[in-house]
Design a protein around this ligand. Structure first.
Ligand code: CP
Length: 311
């Protein structure tokens, strides 16, 4: 693959290669000296234009440093986009420097695709509007694979604001590709019009009934910034019905794990007991996996050297 924009273009073998490559980079990240020359001489531009990010941006930057590529952080009010320069002209300007890759987050769905169409460089979608967030799906799969030892046959519940979630846009089809059985659990107002088109096997609005079956409970963030016209939720009521909390712990299988993409609305979708649960919560493992899968994605898309992978 040249781009990582639509996870649905990746087969189970493609995804497993990403996870196995991430696993090889784990050994690099656990050395005292964590830097390898794998992408030395490549130039990557991080375009985080108009939407905030803590995890995705910081983990891409760390991944780039550990792979020894040159990187440029570009975006926001300091660029000539505020003077009206178009996306196409901005990208053409950057590409004139002979860069190799653009990593883009944008509040508008479709921007990574547009950049891939108009530029000659590899593009990674770091989250576009309500569309997709493919490296998030890869880090989620990696974390679940590490915790459970397999993906095939796992029962995964994805809980909450499915309708507004780009995480779901990538995660649900990817779970499906890897052989997981996916249940969407949400109030009807927070479900997409055609949940089965996402790749879900089951849909329910009853969290308490669904929890006991699940190997993995993936809690979504309520996207308050995208909820202006939604009849739901009253957050307190939402939390009572769909929050994972100490009271619901007894409904879970003893070995069930809990994921969340971050940032967490503490007290809404997760209480402190669940978010910080030492056995169940893999949320900080997901954060760490962000470096590993992003190193793997950049390495595989750019075809970097084997240096550092063979160590
Ligand atoms: N999960 C995620 O994409 O987090 P950020 O928005 O902080 O990057």
């Amino acid at each position: 693959h040249r781009h990582l924009i639509d996870i649905r273009e990746y087969s189970a073998d493609d995804i497993m290669l990403m996870l196995q490559t991430a696993e090889r980079f784990r050994s690099v990240n656990e050395r005292r000296v964590k830097k390898v020359p794998t992408l030395k001489g490549f130039t990557v531009v991080n375009m985080f234009f108009n939407e905030p990010s803590t995890r995705t941006r910081s983990s891409f930057e760390i991944a780039e440093k550990r792979l020894s590529c040159d990187s440029l952080n570009f975006g926001g009010s300091s660029t000539s986009s505020v003077k009206g320069e178009s996306l196409k002209d901005t990208v053409e300007t950057l590409c004139a420097y002979k860069i190799d890759m653009i990593i883009v987050r944008d509040k508008h769905a479709g921007v990574p695709h547009q950049i891939a169409e108009t530029s000659g460089v590899s593009v990674i979608d770091a989250g576009d509007g309500k569309h997709q967030h493919p490296t998030q799906a890869l880090l989620d799969l990696y974390s679940i694979w590490q915790a459970k030892g397999t993906l095939d046959g796992l029962k995964v519940g994805v809980v909450g604001d499915v309708a507004h979630s780009r995480v779901c846009g990538s995660l649900v089809p990817a779970l499906n590709t890897m052989g997981c059985e996916v249940t969407l659990i949400a109030p009807p107002t927070l479900l997409p019009a055609a949940p089965e088109a996402l790749g879900a096997h089951h849909v329910t609005s009853n969290l308490d009934e669904a929890l006991g079956e699940l190997d993995v409970v993936y809690m979504l963030r309520i996207q308050q910034e995208r909820l202006e016209n939604s009849p739901f939720p009253n957050l307190r009521e939402y939390s009572m019905l769909y929050g994972l909390n100490e009271k619901r712990d007894k409904l879970l299988r003893p070995d069930a794990i809990v994921c969340h993409p971050g940032p967490i609305n503490r007290g809404v979708e997760l209480d402190d007991f669940m978010a910080d649960h030492p056995q169940r919560s893999v949320i900080l493992d997901q954060v760490y996996a962000g470096i590993l899968v992003r190193m793997a994605a950049m390495y595989l898309l750019l075809g970097g050297s084997e240096d550092g992978l063979t160590a």
